[in-house]
Design a protein around this ligand. Structure first.
Ligand SMILES: [Zn+2]
Length: 75
C-alpha cells in the first residue's frame, strides 16, 4: 500500500499519479509532510520506461526498414 511514511495515511490513486509525475515530491494531504518516491520505486519506473524502448529499438528496424540496390533520391 502507498501510505505516508509520517502519519500512515493511505494515498488515493490520484495522489499517487501526481507524485509520480512530480519531480519534487508531494505534500501529504493529511499531515502536510512532504513525501517523495522511494529509491525502489524510482528504479522500477526507470526500468518500466526502458523495456518498451528496447523492444522498439529491436523490432522496428527489421519491420520497417527496407533496403535498395540503388541510392534512391527522396520523393
Ligand atoms: Zn502524512
Amino acid at each position: 500500500m502507498t501510505s505516508c511514511q509520517n502519519c500512515n495515511y493511505k494515498w488515493s490513486t490520484k495522489e499517487i499519479w501526481r507524485i509520480g509525475v512530480s519531480k519534487n515530491g508531494r505534500v501529504c494531504a493529511k499531515c502536510g509532510k512532504k513525501q517523495y518516491l522511494s529509491r525502489d520505486t524510482k528504479n522500477w519506473l526507470t526500468v518500466g520506461w526502458l523495456i518498451p524502448l528496447i523492444i522498439i529499438l529491436i523490432l522496428v528496424p527489421k519491420r520497417f526498414v527496407k533496403l535498395s540496390n540503388k541510392d534512391e533520391p527522396l520523393i
